[in-house]
Design a protein around this ligand. Structure first.
Ligand SMILES: CC(C)(COP(=O)(O)OP(=O)(O)OC[C@H]1O[C@@H](n2cnc3c(N)ncnc32)[C@H](O)[C@@H]1OP(=O)(O)O)[C@@H](O)C(=O)NCCC(=O)NCCS
Length: 174
């Protein structure tokens, strides 16, 4: 999982130590799961190809974080599938607004969130990286979630996460 994350950051000067940047990723249960959030992992066969979660900020507000699709598989709908599944789960658990930050330099990523109905609300920094802040209000349609997608990764919750992967395979939710 850390590998998938690190590859996504290649080319960025973060201005944070790896330890600072990855603090949440080595404490998924504490940071995401115990506070009413979720963290999903997507596999094709045994290969981890997708990850992303939402962190509860208040009862009705959560932050989408750590959306990552393996580089060679981007642009094939996997991110869409994962985001819709996160939105579905967030809505079902009472979240009505999702927010997120994305690096300004990543124009395709910004486009991805705009296409999914996220609206720009401001700008900020993650370490030394300039970010664009987005928000989206969820409704019943988001509660219905991802459409069936035959080539989608097998997506399910992270259970226990360590340096080299996930203990206990995630169930299929398709
Ligand atoms: C952003 C990301 C999660 C999107 O997932 P994805 O599976 O590549 O996106 P999808 O295939 O579902 O959607 C494709 C759309 O997203 C956009 N997109 C984003 N990244 C893209 C990429 N690398 N290649 C092609 N399209 C991309 C395009 O607008 C595209 O629309 P189009 O098909 O009409 O051209 C993924 O590309 C990724 O992990 N990027 C690197 C890490 C990152 O920036 N994470 C977000 C930080 S918050």
């Amino acid at each position: 999982m850390l590998d998938l994350h690190r590859r996504a950051l290649e080319g960025f000067t973060l201005g944070l130590t790896q330890q600072q940047d990855e603090a949440d990723l080595v404490a998924i249960e504490d940071v995401y799961l115990r506070n009413g959030g979720e963290f999903l992992l997507g596999f094709i066969g045994k290969r981890l190809v997708a990850m992303g979660g939402f962190k509860r900020l208040t009862e009705g507000l959560a932050e989408v974080r750590r959306m990552r699709i393996a580089r060679d598989l981007q642009g094939r709908g996997h991110g869409t599938y994962l985001l819709r599944e996160l939105e579905r789960r967030a809505f079902q658990s009472g979240v009505r607004v999702l927010c997120l930050d994305a690096a300004r330099r990543r124009s395709l990523t910004l486009e991805f969130y705009r296409k999914h109905g996220y609206q720009e609300t401001g700008q900020s920094f993650y370490g030394a990286v300039e970010t664009v802040q987005f928000r989206k209000a969820l409704d019943q349609r988001n509660g219905q979630g991802a459409a069936n997608q035959s080539a989608a990764p097998n997506v399910g919750p992270a259970t226990s996460v360590g340096d080299s992967g996930v203990a206990g395979g995630p169930p299929s939710v398709s």
